[in-house]
Design a protein around this ligand. Sequence first.
Ligand code: GLN
Ligand code: ZN
Length: 765
Amino acid sequence: MVISSNLGFPRIGAKRELKKAVESYWKGNLSEAELQAEAKNLRKIHWHMQKDAGIDLIPSNDFSFYDHVLDTIALVGAVPERYDAPEGPVSLETYFAMARGQQTSEKDVTAMEMTKWFDTNYHFIVPELSSKTSFKLSSNKIVDEFVEAKELGIDTKPVLLGPVSFLLLAKSHEDGFDALSLLSKLLPVYTEVLKKLEAVGANWVQIDEPCLVLDQNADAITAYKDAYASLSKASSIKILLATYFDDMRENSAVAFGLPVAAVHIDLVRAPGQLDNALSQISGETILSLGVIDGRNIWRADLDQALASVEKAIAKLGSDRVIVGPSCSLLHSPVDLDSETELDEELTSWLAFAKQKLSEISAVANAGNGAKDEAFFANAQAAIQSKASSARVHNKAVKERTANITEDMKSRNSDYAIRAEIQRPILNLPLLPTTTIGSFPQTAEVRATRAKFRTGEISAQEYEKFLQEETVRTIRIQEELGLDVLVHGEYERTDMVEYFGEKLSGFAFTKFGWVQSYGSRCVKPPIIFGDVSRPEAMTVKWAEFSQANTKKHMKGMLTGPVTILQWSFVRNDQPESETCKQIGLAIRDEVVDLETAGIKIIQIDEAALREGLPLRRDNWAHYLDWSIEAFRVSASGVGDETQIHTHMCYSDFNDIISHIAKMDADVITIETSRSQMELLDAFVEFKYPNEIGPGVYDIHSPRVPSKQEMVNLLHKALEVLKPEQLWVNPDCGLKTRGWPEVKEALKLMTSAAQQVREELENKRAA
Ligand code: GLN
Ligand code: ZN
């Protein structure tokens, strides 16, 4: 019999219940016991949902209060020393301190580094390891959750991040240290976990080794072999080794050679790997086919999925085939049934996590000869309707993208000339200070927005409130002495949603949330059709805010690559094509802002780095089209207009020359949590334009000291010329509270002032 399986279910809850509970707990409004009860309830709902959908292998331990890599850190007891954790199980306090930092009267510790999970918009906490790290089983979560499900009558498959990927995703500040050297110390903890799971009755365990889809060196390959030789002997539990997000390519021979019961492959991202897998799989090994897209919201082509399953059955027999999603459904919104406001046609094109469960079941059943013909026919009809819909195709847009000229991809003059033209116009001090765009979206801002949405206040009242917030924020920035101001982005709930709502070709959900990091969720728009801009999107706010200050106000836009990366994108044309269309729409907006008298325009490309393909040989192609789309968006203005861009994610060292090709006059970039590691790139590569490496980590409520920021600026000045350096936080401040923001920015401007004076004194001397 073909088995249906799921690799992971979204934790946040259909109405973001987990987010709300965790945030109440942080605020002290919910006790630990209450938080645990809420979590338990959510797990129960999710397990039942999967069971009701007919899923055979239901995951457990896919739940997390913050992140599953952080859970693994807790599991193996790899808590960095600075948290000063007491012996024994990792407490919730230590857990959240690692995630978010902790600042109390006795303690002041920074958070652990956070980075993007492969090419998704989910962030994980990066394990910090060194040659001195020792491991010890320090959490019983995986066992407890298995037992919890069992008590509900549901037999689950616990999920665990594999030991090799865990080590490969880790970071160390020790020269010459290779995390894989810790494997032999780590395996005993994994062995202990498997034994404990066996003792409570687990039959299956899913061990994720997503690094198997990356370029892997010989040491990593040896590590996989050693690890699974050892884990296969640890217990009699069947191991499902899960890979996802790309093709295993050359690593597939290794994976299929490991002594595991089953191997999962992603056939949505890499359909081509099926043949390879079928030729390499041997013995009794079961093949788990990821045929339903875990990362996008389109209804599946069930015929195509079934064709793969039937091909596998023909070769292996139905007992050796599992049907599942391409990857964990963590990256999908929870339930399409909550979307009561989407029109019927669009709804018929979509499937969220809950609907994907039914798709998985339907394909597995069909593989077992019980095909639900009506269900399959409906899916086919939906695909046909999307392919031919007039809402999807716009001839004018297609013509304009086909006619983008070389001219449209470049500014009129080189940066050096532009900088000379801009200097007297902008008249900025050395080390100009600025922020990235948003200011705290307080409870009041959110409550007022909610009132407007429910009709409790009128559009005029809401507008007036936003204007007052904006002016207040402008005054605060003036008082803080910032040089280049922002309007605070109060009119935006989200930097992508805001633009999507004003562009054609986009649709929005009400509850289509996915976890981004910790309690932070995003609600990606759905790009279903050709994109165009019916009218100006930000000019009114830019004019209003510029009229309220004598300082320069940055126009604030989201770039084409980020809009693309943070949306659910249509899958009927290459992403590069969709990106070009967005690039043109943003270009029109940039030109309109310039015409309205805005002299500095920031085009955020927060997500450019995360879109980088997982395999290096695919990088060049991606960077070509993504940077081209950015340049199209930025190059419609005159030399006198200063274009900024902003990027999150500090790991730029290997693409810094491409970042330079974006040719933004100024780039602000996230670096503070990694202690400006980014700057290593500038030792070799002389970055030509201006740059603001973040000096203040906004992902944590902690206020950095002035000296910390001075130190970071000194560090930056070792590799950058003073004329190149800007001073700014890592990212936007919308998730922070006002008191900490004011304090941190005050210290930041004063750090800038101190270093400015040092530089001037040096020049005078
Ligand atoms: N301008 C946006 C903000 O300040 C940028 C956010 C981001 O980079 N993620 O919120
Ligand atoms: Zn950012």
